[in-house]
Design a protein around this ligand. Structure first.
Ligand SMILES: Nc1nc2c(ncn2[C@@H]2O[C@H](COP(=O)(O)OP(=O)(O)O)[C@@H](O)[C@H]2O)c(=O)[nH]1
Ligand SMILES: [Mg+2]
Length: 213
């Protein structure tokens, strides 16, 4: 009985995919460590599916492998977009195990974490070239956006002709400066939000539907 039910469900899933108008778009969430990528991925997943993607953390590189939440359907203004949300590790020039030691970790564990984080970053970069249909680039609006990593990554995204939205996160904090971000990347649309507090999520979903639908 269980076997038949499983088989039937698998066939239904495959035929649903075959006859669906389109495959879901795969949207990668990129940006530096601690920008709030996982918090955002979790908020989107919870708002539209009720489940989360992965753990958020104040320790940099908590997301050391890419995590994926498939078939998240977002509806806005009569537009429906089904996306696979890919939460990637933060991209940076340096993953140092000493950074983890600052967070009260044993050296072995810290070295292991930094190795995993480096592999995760390589994986995220590979996906950017091969495996995503659009990018949400998340920045912490309390920090300077003019870094080599941001400029380089946005350059790569542009060279792939991928649609990209820049999210200026953490607008709930006093030091938040959204204009600094929109001035740094005037060629792209900047959407202010607080992934933590859920501020401005209506506009976030509107823009996602508009850009990736
Ligand atoms: N104040 C504030 N903190 C945030 C916001 N979004 C994320 N954070 C915090 O920033 C830290 C890093 O978040 P996380 O989602 O793990 O960042 P990631 O490394 O980009 O995945 C965590 O402590 C979050 O609670 C936000 O909108 N406002
Ligand atoms: Mg993360």
């Amino acid at each position: 009985m269980g076997l038949l039910t499983n088989l039937r469900d698998s066939i239904t899933r495959v035929t649903d995919r075959l006859f669906a108008d389109e495959e879901p778009k795969r949207i990668g969430i990129y940006g530096p460590p601690n920008a709030g990528k996982t918090t955002l991925a979790n908020r989107i997943a919870r708002d539209w599916t009720g489940d989360a993607v992965g753990p958020e953390s104040h320790i940099p590189h908590e997301t050391r492998r890419a995590r994926r939440k498939e078939n998240v359907t977002i509806e806005r203004n009569g537009k429906t977009v089904t996306i696979d949300i890919v939460d990637t590790p933060g991209v940076t020039t340096k993953v140092d195990y000493k950074e983890f030691l600052d967070h009260d970790m044993e050296k072995d564990d810290a070295v292991k974490r930094s190795r995993e984080a480096t592999e995760g970053v390589a994986e995220a970069m590979h996906w950017l070239r091969e495996d995503v249909d659009g990018v949400i680039y998340v920045l912490d609006s309390t920090t300077d956006p003019f870094t080599q990593v941001n400029t380089m990554l946005i350059g790569i995204i542009e060279s792939q002709d991928l649609p990209v939205l820049i999210f200026a996160n953490k607008v709930d904090l006093d030091e938040s400066d959204v204009k600094r971000i929109s001035d740094a990347f005037p060629q792209h649309e900047t959407v202010p939000l607080s992934a933590l507090e859920g501020d401005n999520m209506d506009e976030v979903y509107e823009k996602i539907a508009e850009y990736f639908g």
